[in-house]
Design a protein around this ligand. Structure first.
Ligand SMILES: Nc1ncnc2c1ncn2[C@@H]1O[C@H](COP(=O)(O)OP(=O)(O)OP(=O)(O)O)[C@@H](O)[C@H]1O
Length: 224
């Protein structure tokens, strides 16, 4: 299987308030269709690592490859394009626009990419909502749906540009066990049936135990 994401010898320092070596020589890869989780104690560097891997943070040493392409050192506009096109994000908080409909929220990253017509994007958004079993909510405002539904909308939005990988920072952190399981099952299906790669930071041991691989972090390092 092809490597979708590869990190080679990633090091990062925070310079203020004091010099702090936060990521220590991190190397690992995520293969096509692999569903991996990142676990570790609070403060060990999980979110910092995810920011680097998602190309949002460029202040690090080492090399990052996405789909075989070196992304480290690329200019900001190219990184913004790569992020929008190839990476889907799901956070603990959904960041939906409350006054927009569910459909409009899901369409946003594709409107920004501007590679398809409005009608094509709308159709694609409806397909993603169907996959997540929430197409009936399409015309509701984001403020009018439940927390679990909001997170499913956020996943549909993350899928709209057909990314190669989904990255999540505690995507089930705000959900009850029923909705967490629901999100897990959606991720599992995306990995098994669509060959999508997933890299999910979680504190939830039950969630992590069901993923293909747990990447364990401790004090800025990945344990073997
Ligand atoms: N901008 C910053 N400047 C300096 N230090 C920072 C900064 N951001 C985070 N840190 C420190 O870096 C370390 C790693 O933080 P990070 O948020 O990556 O941890 P985490 O493993 O995601 O924690 P949690 O599970 O609590 O979310 C922590 O000690 C944190 O205090």
């Amino acid at each position: 299987m092809e490597n979708i994401l590869e990190a080679r010898n990633i090091n990062k320092h925070f310079k203020k308030p004091v010099l702090f070596h936060v990521l220590k020589d991190i190397s690992f890869s995520v293969k096509e269709g692999e569903f991996a989780s990142i676990m570790g104690k609070s403060g060990c560097g999980k979110s910092t690592l995810l920011y680097v891997l998602s190309t949002m943070d460029t202040d690090y040493e080492g090399q990052l490859f996405l789909h075989g392409e070196l992304v480290s050192g690329q200019p900001a506009d190219k990184l913004a394009y790569i992020r929008n096109k190839h990476i889907g994000f799901v956070f603990q908080f959904h960041y939906l626009l409350a006054e927009f409909t569910v459909l409009e929220n899901v369409m946003l990253p594709a409107r920004k990419l501007a590679e398809r017509s409005y009608e094509e994007i709308e159709q694609k958004a409806m397909e993603k909502l169907q996959i997540l079993g929430i197409d009936k909510l399409a015309l509701k405002k984001a403020s009018q749906i439940s927390g679990g539904e909001k997170q499913r909308v956020a996943i549909a939005r993350a899928l709209i540009n057909d990314p190669v990988i989904i990255m999540g920072d505690e995507p089930t952190g705000n959900l009850d066990s029923h909705n967490s399981e629901n999100v897990f099952n959606i991720f599992r299906e995306l990995s098994d049936e669509q060959g999508l790669s997933l890299l999910i930071v979680t504190h939830d041991q039950d969630f992590a135990d069901k993923t293909d691989r747990i990447i364990q972090m401790e004090d800025g390092r990945i344990l073997a």
